[in-house]
Design a protein around this ligand. Sequence first.
Ligand code: TYD
Length: 221
Amino acid sequence: MTGVLITAEGVEGSGKSTQLLRLSEHLRRLGLPLVVSKEPGGTALGREIRTLLLTPHPSGEAWCAEAELMLFYADRAQHLAQVIRPAIEAGKIVLIDRFEDSTRAYQGASGVSEHVLDRLHELVVGRLKPHLTLLLDMDPEVSLQRVEVRNLSLGDEFKETRFDQAHLEFHRRVRARFLAIALGDPTRVAVVPARDAPEAVEQAIWHRVAPLLRNAGFAVE
Ligand code: TYD
C-alpha cells in the first residue's frame, strides 16, 4: 500500500495546529500508521532553519524575499528526503502542518514571482502532490486577534507593532492567495471555515479525511 499525504494550511491563528492534533489523536486511536510533522522544522536541520527564520534578526538586516524563500526550500528539501518521501513509500499516513501552499501564499505575498516559485517547486518537490490539503480559512482580522491574546505576555509595545495596518494587509493578501490556490485545485484543497466551533471544524475535517483514507485501503469506520 502506498501512503497518503495530507497537508494543513491557513493564516496564523486559524486553529490549524489544534485541529491537526485532534485529527492525529483520532487516527492514532484507530491504530493507523501515522507520521505527523511540520514546516519549517520537521528535521534537525529544519529546526535550525526554523530558528533562523522565526526569531528576530540581531543585525536588524532586512532579508530579501528570495533569500527567505530558499531557506524555506532548504527546510523542505531535507524534510522531503528524511521524513515525507520515506513515510509515503512505507505506506503511512503523513500529516504536515504547512507545506508548499504556505510558500506560494506567504512568499508570493512578499513579492516573489510565480515563475521563481514554479522553478523551485519543480527542483525540490517535483511531481509529489498532497492527496488532500485542508485549508482552514478565516479572516485574518479575527485570527490575528487570537494570536494576540496568546501573545499578551509580550507587552503592549510589541502588540501594537504586530497589529498595525500593514501587517493586517499582508495577511489579507496571504489569505487571498490561499483561496486562489483552492479555487484552482478544488479536488485537492478542501476549504474548511475555521471560525466555527472547534468540534464543527473537527467534523468537517473528518468528513474529508475519512473517505480519502478508506479509498486508500486504511481501516476507517
Ligand atoms: P509557525 O509558528 O509554525 O506558525 P503557525 O503555527 O501559524 O503555522 O510559523 C510558521 C511561519 O512561517 C508562518 O508565519 C508561516 C511562515 N511560512 C512561510 O512564510 N513560508 C513557508 O513556506 C512556510 C512553510 C511557512
